[in-house]
Design a protein around this ligand. Structure first.
Ligand SMILES: C[S@@+](CC[C@H](N)C(=O)[O-])C[C@H]1O[C@@H](n2cnc3c(N)ncnc32)[C@H](O)[C@@H]1O
Length: 244
């Protein structure tokens, strides 16, 4: 496993990266439908209207960067409130301008643990964590999961998609299950051209260990994240919509 950058180092590197962004980057991320990593994450987002139909929802995107995923969700779903959370100042300046006409968008430019305290308990229907958790210090994961638990409505869901650079899928699965979430973690096992295969992790309580159980697959042309997770009451539905 790699050495984790500190929050300060990460902020500097993200500010540098976002200083070079332009409109094309934003629309590339929001609309790159069918192939690379952003397309993969967009594919996950596209299951949301199937779950919520026309229901008004509150959404929080953690580590939301340019806000392109909130933009896409806003096009596909009926958003009551959208929370953008990220500690990058450059990304904050960008999204404040980009969404200046959106009165239902709320922006928190601070560390995630602190930012979540601003959100009323049991008010969020959807929490997005795309490419985010691997940047959060591992020893903050448990407190983060507990905070998320408090903020979600009873029917709220978590969508996560990430790499496994700094932690194992088992670490994530244990952390979320221990924080009383129901759901699944899928970990990429192999790919044959555009057919991407994932194992689903299952906790075997008798043997007190996590096993790689079912194999599922999904079609996607290029890069995908190596870990995908769906948690909350609708996690089985989400799984059915994304995987074969
Ligand atoms: C790799 S980017 C992912 C961006 C976007 N979610 C996507 O899918 O492309 C991770 C983002 O999380 C933010 N971030 C990382 N750790 C954070 C923390 N502890 N609190 C707030 N934001 C954080 C970074 O500033 C960065 O914009």
């Amino acid at each position: 496993m790699l050495i984790h950058a500190s929050a300060e180092e990460n902020k500097i590197s993200k500010n540098d990266k976002y200083s070079n962004i332009n409109q094309d980057n934003f629309f590339y991320n929001a609309y790159y439908k069918s192939w690379d990593l952003q397309g993969w994450r967009n594919k996950i987002i596209k299951v949301l209207p199937k779950i919520f139909k026309n229901k008004k929802i509150n959404v929080a995107d953690l580590g939301a960067a340019l806000g392109d995923k909130l933009f896409l969700i806003d096009e596909l779903c009926n958003i009551e409130k959208a929370y953008w959370i990220d500690y990058s100042e450059v990304a904050y300046t960008y999204v404040k301008k980009k969404f200046e006409t959106k009165n239902n968008f709320i922006f928190y430019k601070d560390d995630i643990i602190k930012s979540l305290d601003n959100i009323p308990d049991k008010s969020i229907d959807v929490i997005i964590m795309f490419g985010f958790l691997h940047e959060v210090q591992i020893d903050h994961h448990q407190i983060l999961f507990q905070k998320i638990r408090k903020k979600l409505t009873d029917n709220g869901i978590i969508l996560l998609s990430d790499n496994n650079l700094y932690f194992s899928p088992e670490h994530l699965y244990n952390g979320l299950i221990d924080s009383k979430f129901d759901g699944s973690i899928f970990t990429k096992c192999t790919e044959i051209s555009k057919i991407k295969f994932y194992f689903e992790l299952i906790r075997n309580t008798k043997k007190n260990k996590i096993e790689k159980k079912k194999i599922r697959f999904v079609l996607h042309n290029k890069r995908i994240d190596s870990i995908v997770g769906f948690f909350g009451k609708e996690s089985e539905q989400l799984t059915k919509f994304l995987f074969k």
